[in-house]
Design a protein around this ligand. Structure first.
Ligand SMILES: Cc1cc2nc3c(=O)[nH]c(=O)nc-3n(C[C@H](O)[C@H](O)[C@H](O)COP(=O)(O)OP(=O)(O)OC[C@H]3O[C@@H](n4cnc5c(N)ncnc54)[C@H](O)[C@@H]3O)c2cc1C
Length: 424
């Protein structure tokens, strides 16, 4: 067989994913073993699987074929947002009265899993749908919800959340962006960095200090629309992964917004962030375990095809052992993350559970994808191969949404009886 670059490109990734699931492992002695099934998942009903089929087709037709180009552009097309919106795939938890389907978090979870399955890290749909939109759903006024949510559901308005600043990431209380009340307006000054959807975003939830002397109680969330005078976005930042996703600096120079753009109560921003961050971390965890499974599939397919010393490299004991380790850890992680989703659906997932889910899943993703990549040899280091991209993408997850060290702080402090709570 001739090993060409692009052999495992996005264009044929879907068929490879299916093939991997069907490919039996060949043992050193030449016998063939059927791959063991993952412990059956109990989260999803038949209607969810119908939805999954339709999402899978969407990802196959509208995402995978364009992902290479989006990587070159450093941003996905607006068109794919509108297409996803038209299909009802965005903001699945948003209630019907605000234009959503009200279908619930599990549907967004399925969309996240299906994108991860093909290694499509470009479209930040989950950020928009289940991180930004919920701030409006939970804390927005009736007018804010009616103005923005229907457009977010349709994909006409793309959302972002801007917490991090050049001098304050984990230590969110250290932010310097201010919003000063002036009559019926707030006037915002400051700078944000590393903001996902930063180039595309039409509506940004900006974390501001409305009372610089009040610590966490002086933090508020304010909506800033794309066209506000004085709101500029910097260049699209060059990253080592997530190359199809836009990430930017944002600048606020005397940006005047009506006081009605305040999201929830003044001074409650920190509490609102703490309430929403567990869902964000759960989504990172969900994406991570899905990518581990995808990486395993790609690796099984590749190691069964690739020959060395007169046999498929899947025939070497080392390959089988590595695949066995990845498989076992992925199965264990999947059960844990599914349980976290169940808890979340019951309103019982707390900050510590979410921190454990993020910490474990992202560390395991980095380690296990590294093991998988190794089995591809030199091809694993080539960008054309999804395993290379997934490996590079993975590194981000231990940083964004709260670093692994902060996750350990949250978990560790809960063990020593101290309430975690000044870092995100
Ligand atoms: C690709 C990407 C996308 C992102 N998207 C967004 C976004 O959409 N919106 C947004 O607001 N932010 C976003 N971020 C920012 C991200 O959330 C921050 O980078 C992250 O919170 C860490 O902050 P920092 O970079 O300032 O690092 P720092 O806080 O400076 O941390 C540096 C190091 O110090 C460690 N550290 C800090 N405090 C402690 C402590 N108390 N104990 C132990 N160790 C500690 C950290 O763990 C880390 O290892 C994104 C980042 C990336 C890379």
């Amino acid at each position: 067989m001739k090993y060409m670059l692009y052999y495992y490109s996005y264009a044929n990734l879907m068929s490879i994913s299916f093939r991997a699931a069907e490919t039996p492992a060949t043992t050193e002695s030449g016998t063939v073993e059927a791959p063991s099934q993952m412990i059956p998942r109990t989260l999803f009903a038949e209607e969810h699987e119908v939805f999954r089929d339709s999402v899978r087709r969407f990802v196959e037709d509208k995402v995978a074929p364009f992902h290479d180009q989006w990587e070159r552009d450093g941003v996905v097309s607006r068109e794919v947002w509108l297409q996803a919106g038209a299909q009802g795939y965005l903001c699945c938890s948003t209630p019907e009265e605000y234009g959503g389907t009200g279908a619930g978090f599990l549907y967004s979870a399925i969309f996240t899993e299906e994108l991860a399955r093909v290694g499509a890290s470009g479209p930040a749909f989950h950020l928009h749908s289940e991180i930004v939109a919920p701030y409006l759903v939970h804390y927005g006024t009736e007018e804010q919800k009616r103005t923005w949510l229907p457009r977010m559901v349709s994909g006409e308005t793309i959302g972002a959340i801007a917490m991090t600043e050049p001098a304050a990431g984990s230590d969110l209380q250290g932010i310097k962006t201010t919003a000063v009340r002036d009559g019926d307006d707030f006037v915002i000054n400051g700078q944000k960095v590393f903001i996902s959807n930063g180039q595309l975003a039409d509506l940004v939830v900006v974390v501001c200090k409305t009372d610089a002397a009040a610590g966490a109680r002086g933090v508020s969330l304010i909506l800033v629309e794309r066209e506000r005078a004085g709101f500029e976005r910097g260049r699209n930042l060059e990253k080592i992964g997530f190359k199809a996703q836009d990430t930017s600096e944002l600048f606020f120079d005397d940006v005047r917004v009506p006081a009605t753009n305040l999201l929830g109560q003044e001074g409650r921003g920190f509490v609102q962030l703490m309430q929403q961050l567990p869902q964000e971390r759960l989504l990172v965890a969900l994406r991570s375990v899905s990518i581990i499974e995808a990486g395993l599939d790609w690796t099984i397919a590749y190691t069964n095809d690739r020959q060395a010393f007169g046999r498929p490299i899947a025939g070497f004991q080392n390959t089988r052992f590595k695949l066995a380790e990845v498989k076992s850890q992925a199965a264990m992680l999947r059960v844990f993350i599914d349980r976290c989703i169940e808890l979340h659906l019951e309103g019982q997932l707390d900050a510590v559970d979410a921190a454990m889910a993020k910490l474990l899943s992202t560390d395991m993703m980095c380690d296990l994808l590294d093991d998988c990549l190794q089995l591809f040899g030199g091809y694993g280091y080539m960008w054309e191969y999804p395993i290379a991209r997934a490996w590079a993408d993975a590194r981000m997850a231990r940083i964004a949404g709260g670093t692994s060290e902060i996750m350990k702080e949250i978990i560790g402090r809960s063990l020593s009886g101290n309430r975690p709570r000044t870092e995100v």
